[in-house]
Write a protein that binds this ligand. Sequence first.
Ligand code: PAF
Length: 284
Amino acid sequence: MQSVQHIAALRDIVSQWRIAGQRVALVPTMGALHAGHLYLVKRALAIANRTVASIFVNPIQFVVGEDYEAYPRAPDEDSRKLADAGADLLFAPSVDELFPGGCEGQTRMMVPSLDHVLCGAFRPGHFAGVATIVTKLFNIVQPDVALFGEKDYQQLLLIKRMAKDLCMPVEIVPVPTVREHDGLAMSSRNSYLSEEERRIAPRLFEILRDAATRIRDSEADYARCEAMGMRDLADAGFRPEYFKVCRAEDLSVPKEGETGLVILAAAWLGKVRLIDNIAVQYYR
Ligand code: PAF
């Protein structure tokens, strides 16, 4: 696997692939890689000739008071994992390389239909930061396809919407969430959990699953489901932010009895903010 830190070097390599008619995939990450990221790479290898993985802890998607400085970083281990997974190229730029004029006055992307709800309501500016860095990475790599995990469901929809609205010539490919043996969705921030919090953490997905089961078994009062979800999370020891039943296609509020639903939740366990979701119609 080749590894580059500069945009010019990346473009040289990718342009050679393009001349050879190869299809290029991008897997954007913030590093501290786990099996969920490596599954994105695996899926990329299956649908493209060349796979670029990026590692960049993006300062502008962290809201004031969040863990930008402390965010887990493991560059050597990440590089080994990506090479073993079969990625062709690692792009690991510095902050100066991506924000030469500083972060402050950086042009930013907005996706107003999706960036203020759910996580966006609790992390103002977060999704503008995500949309901006993803746009920059798309412009730098110019991939044919880019892969994003379904664990960050709102992020996935927002990027899809942005790419569509702005006619970006890239196909956005969703990849299913990879879970620990007890159902906890893999996340780089799981490493922050204490032993006791790690024991409680799988309850998040269990509570989502219970709600999905109730709706599938014909519970049509979504507000009641949401209130039960919030209460169950609190009883389990979380500090819940939201527990919402939404339309899967655009996260809007569903009408009673509608299908194509997703349930999304965010909740704190100590200092760790966990998110997860479940698609009602796919649940067995
Ligand atoms: O999901 C992430 O890890 C990040 O939000 C992303 C898409 C790499 C942008 O920094």
